[in-house]
Design a protein around this ligand. Structure first.
Ligand code: UGA
Length: 438
């Protein structure tokens, strides 16, 4: 008999995991406490923007393999329960808020059937899985708990779930590993690397991976600062060092830095947890990674000030991009919106465009102006900031849009535009880590 799976928490991670597991042939039931999410998902609609997900989800719902509920008891006959709830940063601190993970475990512990495996996928501070496992066994001695961290990227969530570059399972015994091997049999047949770890190591793998990625981005942004000071060009530097396979060229895109619901909060939660464990010094460098990252936002505001004679009052600023990265409508800790809000607070008249994230951005920053189309955004502006590298922005013709703006100054916060093209069209071109030309 094929395993029956449940997915608790249907945000980015949970909705994607549920749809992908159903597409692999399992019967899957998704649970969420938020009724509107359940209503949406049950109709085959995804309440956020994620390429390919809606199509996959509606297909699985139509096939009858995937259902959603807000009644936790409906999960009673599942064999494996994936916990996919959020672990945001606590209010007023840097640690992770485990309220949702704890309550997910408490809500199912007593009624899951004998032999059921609870599998955590949420990003948690090391030690959480062992604590939750003890609690589960205390409430239900015939159940077990494993950890299986998730590495999916927003914008590539479906691809990353169906074809992960590795599967990491934190288990306390062989049986838990065997069950997970059954769940991921298709991936194993495709030779996806499989790493068995103990519970704490599996939790650490996730935060170590995100810390490394954050470090890579802040490293190149630190080099951008030095390039600016020395008259170098960070885009050339990144290309040159990236050819060394030990370094690799990915995640070396200098600019306004990382945001989103994962990297910033994960490195902070890691620092908080390491301190609790007496290993504060070992990850102290992450403080600097965080500072370099936040400094990039200030550095771009400095570039704006330089071009606007240090006076932003009444200046019209056009901002291209609100999402924390392209192909996403997620604005959590978005560098683009943070910069937009700070520029507006300094007295400028800011208009923000984004192809997908305006509704979410408006909720978070209701005082900012938003425009539905690029031309309205650019009209009569004194300066243009390119802050999220959506493909459509690279397709803008600098010659055509020059006639719309008041002053042709482009600040490329992502080092993603073709500088020569903009210069040739008569724009001044500014970017982090490069000389300011035009
Ligand atoms: C990140 C990790 O990449 C995933 O592996 C992980 O599963 C996920 O967090 C998570 O913990 O759930 P994600 O937040 O979707 O995924 O975004 P990334 O693609 O990692 O980008 C993060 C930020 O870094 C974005 O703001 C992006 O613009 C920025 N970035 C990325 C740069 O500034 N430069 C780069 O070279 C690359």
């Amino acid at each position: 008999m094929a395993l029956k799976l449940s997915v608790i928490g249907t945000g980015y991670l949970g909705a994607t995991h549920a749809a992908c597991m159903a597409s692999m042939g399992f019967e899957v039931i998704g649970f969420d406490t938020e009724q509107n999410k359940i209503d949406f998902l049950s109709k085959g609609k995804v309440p956020f923007y994620e390429p390919d997900l809606e199509e996959l989800l509606s297909k699985q719902i139509a096939s009858g393999k995937l259902t959603f509920t807000n009644n936790i008891k409906d999960l009673a006959d599942c064999d494996v329960h994936f916990i996919c709830v959020g672990t945001p940063q606590v209010k007023g601190g840097i640690a992770a808020d485990l309220t949702f993970v704890n309550s997910a475990l408490e809500s199912i512990a007593e009624f899951v059937k004998a032999g059921a495996l609870v599998v955590g996928k949420s990003t948690v501070p090391v030690g959480t899985a062992a604590r939750l496992r003890s609690r589960l066994i205390e409430l239900n001695p015939k159940a077990d708990l494993a950890w299986n961290p998730e590495f999916l990227r927003e914008g590539f969530a479906v691809e990353d779930t169906l074809k992960p570059n590795r599967l990491v399972v934190g288990v306390a015994n062989d049986r838990a590993e065997e069950i997970l091997k059954e769940v991921y049999a298709k991936n194993l047949a495709e030779n996806t690397p499989w790493v068995r770890a103990d519970l704490p190591t599996s939790e650490l793998v996730k935060v170590a991976a995100n810390s490394f990625l954050a470090t890579k981005i802040s490293f190149i942004n630190a080099m951008a600062e030095v390039c600016e000071a020395a008259g170098g060009d960070v885009t050339v530097l990144a290309k040159a060092i990236g050819y060394d396979p030990r370094i690799g060229s990915r995640f070396l895109q200098a600019g306004i830095g990382f945001g989103g619901g994962c990297l910033p909060k994960d490195i902070r939660a890691f620092m908080a947890r390491a301190e609790e464990l007496g290993a504060k010094q070992a990850v102290k460098f992450l403080e600097e990674i965080d500072s370099i990252n936040l400094r990039a936002r200030q550095r771009i505001i400095e570039l704006v000030r330089n071009d606007l004679s240090n006076d932003l009052k009444g200046k019209k600023v056009a901002i291209l991009g609100a999402a924390f990265k392209p192909d996403s409508d997620d604005v959590r800790d978005s560098p683009a919106l943070d910069i937009a809000a700070q520029i507006q607070a300094a007295g400028a008249i800011v208009t923000v465009h984004d192809p997908k994230a305006i509704i979410n951005a408006q909720k978070r920053f209701p005082a900012l102006n938003f425009a539905e189309d690029i031309n309205t955004t650019l009209k009569d502006s004194n300066i243009v900031l390119h802050l999220t590298e959506w493909k459509i922005y690279r397709q803008i013709d600098p010659k055509t849009v020059k006639t719309l703006v008041k002053d042709a100054i482009m600040i490329d916060g992502r080092n993603a535009l073709d500088r020569e093209l903009w210069l040739k069209a008569g724009w001044k071109f500014r970017a982090l880590g490069r000389s300011q030309v035009g």
